[in-house]
Design a protein around this ligand. Sequence first.
Ligand code: GLC
Length: 713
Amino acid sequence: MDQLEVLLDAMTLEEKVGQLNMVASFRAVTGPGALQEVDDLIRAGHIGSLLNIWGREEVARVQRLAVDESRLGIPLLLCHDIIHGHRVIFPTPLAEACAFNPVLWQKTAQAAAQEASEEGVALTFAPMLDIARDARWGRMVEGPGEDTWLARQIGVAKTRGFQGEDLSFATSLAATAKHFGAYGAVTAGREYASADVSERTLLEIYLPPFAAAIAAGVAAIMPAFNDIAGQPMTANRYLLKDILRQRLGFEGVVISDFNAVGELLNHGVAHDLLEAAVLAFNAGVDIDMTSNAFIEGLPIAVDRGLVSLNDIDNSVRRVLRLKERLGLFKDPYRRGSSVSYNAQKGKDQRRALAREAAQRAIVLLTNKDQLLPLAPDLICLAMIGPFVDDVGAMLGSWASAGHEEQTVSFFEGVRKAAPNCHLDLVIGVDGLSQDVSGIELALAACRKAEVILLCLGETAEMSGEAASRADIGLPGAQRALAEAVFALGKPVVVVLTSGRPLAAPWLFERATAVLATWQLGSEAGHALADILFGVINPTGRLPISWPRAVGQTPIFYNQRATGRPTQIGVHYSSCYIDTLASPQFPFGHGLSYSAFSLLDFACLTPLVKHNDNVEVSVRVRNDGARPGEATLFFFIHDLVASLARPVLELKGVKKVFVGQGAEEQLSFVLAVEDLAFVGPELDLTLEAGRFEIYVGQSADPVGLLKDSFDLVL
Ligand code: GLC
């Protein structure tokens, strides 16, 4: 009999339920409610895991309580939200998604896992894989953007990066794909609100990123806070068992979100904590995060026959198996106690990686008169606005221990890159209030400058969890500042720090150039300067459609045509009367200092069958003054099917480096099986017929090259 079975046999029911109980520690506050005293609960075997914990001493202390002072000595699973770094902070996930670079995504997750595991963390609540099409929702910043194909790539890369070759390695973290179930579709973008998506949209858009993470071996899944059509995800037996376990084959641990089991009472589906515990456990939740519903209710529920002991054993088995895979039984102290630990070891490499990730996160949205890159011999630059030296804003939400690290501000980065340039730093407005008293001082600095760097956007607190916004424009008096600066008639580069796309058509009209810098992390200032002065040719591309107005949200490129497709100037077509229906900037948009043209796009396989591949080729020419990296998006459109299909579906992205004045030939191969969609019977369906296939440098219909092929079955 294997050791785990022997251990399971020896456990009392209270000790078994203890393994299903996760309690919060003090390193962060990530949900409601006061902290509990944990020491005696650990000794009694009533806690199996802690979250919001890191730090060698504290980790050793609580682990010793579990291993030496509890009856069975089962080690604790120590967890934290390592989302985009632990000490060295990388760009927020939405920013990193702009890189369209799985190798980079895996590396940054690996680097974060190394730092966090050295301080005792064994499981991270990441990657967050919630498709987000609504910029009002604050948590768009934490996720992969709007596209399912992209989110699948991110799910695989991040799972591999966090978990490494083997979970037992001391530098590996168990990853948690979250938040299972259309959290990004909350009504009106309002945090925690109900989501109402069809089962087909759920299966086709929201769940495939989780399927990809599961296929990559993700260790845990976290259900979302929201309900879907009235069924809270935390008690959603159909999605947590039939879909997650049966259809997607997940065998790992399901960890509830913070207090989510207890909040089934607020959802109105449970009268009391006991009923909430029974509902969540029988729906498929293994670990109850912080609500105490399981530890208090499950022993009673078993006694009353509301929950089976066999199911309890299966959940406990999954938790113990995860601890075994992490090597915790062999060496409970392997994470956070290495004698060779040196906090500085490898930090230079991690900071260099953070700088590269930040460079690749920056999206050049507009660049009139080719103002950028700036000449390195600039004499005088005015750096204006609330985010010129706000390092907190650079880190964004879920920054773990990043606040204790040196973060390079925009001012610091520019100063270092252009030591001979006179810099005038004036905040002007504070970014939140309506106080405009500082604008005159800002204008005085601008009058002396050759170029103005206007650093605008959102504070870190204006995105992330519990940070939905009904107005996704520039907050406070920033517009007043910007318009006063624009009125001077000087070249203005706007740098936008934000956790979401900001609706500001007036800004894009008036600025000479605009960079979306999101929240770039520890190396923000260096990365910005690298792009500003042309050390790096920008490669960032938008993982979301950028709205012109909040009224357009949710907005996304892969819409269905409708019976009256959008046609500018056509009255009876899917439009608005007060703004264009198209986004300010399309999915995939991003300028370069090069100038790429796509030519001679051709489908080489005009007729394909079930097990064939579709192959296309295209030539990329760089007519610009600098070598650069082009990003090509390959889309399909299923022209006629048993269901209305999206006008564009992303099926692949390729990057290619093209020298100045040079050309590169590229081919792209798509397996016919990837043309399948969730059909009328909700199963993956392949249907014969004509498909259009496209290549473009974004989802902008104007720039797409098209060919077609026929699928016969
Ligand atoms: C939070 C978040 C979740 C996070 C968890 C633990 O409420 O919803 O993403 O992992 O609690 O901090």
